[in-house]
Design a protein around this ligand. Structure first.
Ligand code: 4NP
Length: 145
């Protein structure tokens, strides 16, 4: 799960998917990263922690890290929150196999629509909507990985 800062959207996506993976008894490795380095080592944003907690998910074990080129080798799928994240991640892709792993997470809900998960950083009220979008997208992902 990849966003810009790895403190708002992708930590929620990681927490939600890990929760569902555990509930379904799957053996998947789920992680998140940011294309930027500014928040490396930080906890998720307190507003992401709060909305996750409201839905019974603890994300306080997460620490932000920057996306690394070797993530292409470590993961089968790189799910990005928006088209800017996609551009930034694709810059590190070294072959077609890597490029094929990159997908907008909202493609699971709105295939081909190029829908972005809005960046809630400057909008306290946006976190609830982001949670719901990611929750619905992760449900689809589990149905049709
Ligand atoms: P995220 O949100 O990409 O969902 O983690 C942001 C976090 C921090 C900043 C921008 C977006 N920032 O500009 O510091």
């Amino acid at each position: 799960m990849v966003c810009l800062g790895n403190i708002c959207r992708s930590p929620l996506a990681e927490g939600i998917l890990k929760h569902k993976v555990r509930q379904n008894g799957f053996d998947w490795t789920v992680d998140s990263a940011g294309t930027g380095f500014w928040h490396s080592g930080e906890l998720p944003d307190r507003r992401s922690i709060a909305v996750a907690r409201k839905y019974g998910i603890d994300i306080t074990d997460q620490r932000a890290r920057q996306f690394r080129p070797d993530d292409f080798d470590r993961f089968d799928r790189i799910l990005v929150m928006d088209t800017q994240n996609r551009r930034d991640v694709l810059r590190h892709a070294r072959n077609d196999e890597h490029r094929a792993k990159v997908q907008l997470i909202l493609d699971y809900l709105y295939p081909g629509q190029e829908e972005n998960v809005p960046d809630p950083y400057y909008d306290d009220d946006g976190f609830e909507e982001v949670f719901r979008m990611l929750d619905a997208a992760c449900d689809k992902l589990l149905e049709m990985p």
